[in-house]
Write a protein that binds this ligand. Sequence first.
Ligand code: PEP
Ligand code: MN
Length: 373
Amino acid sequence: MPVAFSTDISPFSEWLPLRGNHLYIAGPCSIESQSQLEKTAWGIVKTGHVPVLRAGVWKPRSRPGQFEGIGIEAFGWLKKIRRDTGLRIAVEVARPDHAIQCLEHEADIIWLGARTTVNPFMVQEIADAISGTGIPVMIKNPVSPDLRLWIGAIERIHMAGSTKLIAIHRGFKTHQPSVYRNIPLWEIPMELRREVPDLPLICDPSHISGNAALLEEIAKQALTLSMNGLMIEVHHHPEKALTDPEQQITPKVMDDMLSRLAAIPPRQQMAETLDDLRRHIDENDHELLAMLAHRMQLSRQIGELKKRKNEDIVQPGRLKDLFSDRRQKGASLGLNPDFLENFLQLLHDESVRIQSDKRPGEPDHHKPGNKDL
Ligand code: PEP
Ligand code: MN
């Protein structure tokens, strides 16, 4: 069911100087100094791809005692860079007073980060602080995979009178191990698009991938899914960055990547196709591999512990319980019992090999299975 406010959202092509159909936003995770900001911003503006500079003035850090941003002193530097380069300025706000500072210092766009969208009280306080100003707002998905929370934050900001809105997909934290810093779960932004079709939707591949090596494949996936653009973390010298050094790229690397991505034809059809299902399978298998690797790591730890304690590694009672538990759980999930039996046996054999310190392919004298899985 489409959300009622959907038709009242301004397309960003009406209020931003785009170069092409996509909106590319780039800039450092955090502003660290005036010279870092200037080097990075000039590098970005020279690529010609980017009309908006993102910049962290206040940084929400998971742990205390880390760099938390320059604070309001950075606005003087931002104003100068805006005047000299013509870039529009986007700043993250995590509290109402941040939003008020952004209004006072004429930031062009504010955005709500994943740790803010997750909290409806804070979103409402920010909405109240900007009420009636019409300032453009970008809303990142909440940290947890909860579409209602994301839509709720967009509604609160919209009800405060901002119709220049952009949703940003930055992936989700779940308990699953993953090669990505935040799992993309593409079906969630796609569902947002179905529910709020007129809302511009861009992707932040930097916070999804968590590292520069995986960034382009995520960016490509987002554009293939017809997302409307990208927000990318760019730093003139990523290795020296005070926050998120692994995922930031230089302006030159971004320029090359965006030139390659420009060749991708956007898909017209959002319906579920063979490609969509294959993409789900790929994502699923990547998660499965990461979980298997984690599982084997646990086996290795068990093996080491037993060796240290000089414990007998043959524990048939534990093995029997474990098989019986997995058979039951697998059956309740609708898995074919024959497949499950083969899979458990394979898992067990590999676990035995690891615990016995054997090289792959070496004969196993302990078979049939008699160790912990
Ligand atoms: C950021 O954009 O620098 C940031 C903190 O991102 P997120 O809210 O997605 O974690
Ligand atoms: Mn960051």
